[in-house]
Design a protein around this ligand. Sequence first.
Ligand SMILES: O=C1O[C@H](COP(=O)(O)O)[C@@H](O)[C@H](O)[C@H]1O
Length: 246
Amino acid sequence: MAQAAAARLITRIVDAQASRGSASVVLTGGRNGNGLLAALAAAPARDAVDWGRIDLWWGDERFLPEGDPERNVTQAREALLDAVPLDPERVHAMPASDGPHGTDVDAAAAAYAEELARAAGPTNHGGVPEFDVLMLGVGPDTHVASLFPELPAVRETERVVVGVHGAPKPPPTRVTLTLPAIRAAREVWLLAAGEDKAEAAAIALSGAGEIQAPAAGAYGRARTLWLLDAAAASQLPRALYPPASA
Ligand SMILES: O=C1O[C@H](COP(=O)(O)O)[C@@H](O)[C@H](O)[C@H]1O
């Protein structure tokens, strides 16, 4: 799944750079997101990307000190970012807990929302720039980014970035894009590999509500892709499969 998704992402970035001059991608943390980045780092086709003409944003971040090994940006740097010639001005990491806002996660979230708003053009949607692809790992509890079932962040309808308090998965304090920000992306790709994601994928794709199953509320303006391996797809309702060929 990681290799197939990485190949697909390279194609999408190259297409965006050919048509608009640059590309904008939202990264996700977690096992599947980092697996995709590592596969991209190992792909010979990665040289087709003009790394200086890409904006990288994050869907969520664990609110920890800069350089903490559990931060999504630290893991992304190790998996790919340190190996490619990015423009540092275009790498938009979410704030750390020892940054200018200190441990005030709500102020950090507001600052990231301002950074997104500065990058947004007049024709863009809802205070965020045009994201060509926004990737989301899917947690076993159906969380995406740091939108966990039933917590206030998943109910947010106005702000594009919020602080998360009391997340059930450590660390409890996080920064996350909200569903309105996610839905402003052209394409949303949900990544799920492994048996522990099978139930979450089945629930989200069976008509669950987004408050109880945040992955169900993640979709893009032009396209929504669920990129699954066989194990993660093993509990999907039969109706989602194409009819078997004779
Ligand atoms: O904590 C997080 O978890 C999700 C899912 O991660 P996974 O390891 O279960 O694939 C991830 O998408 C999110 O970015 C991260 O902060």
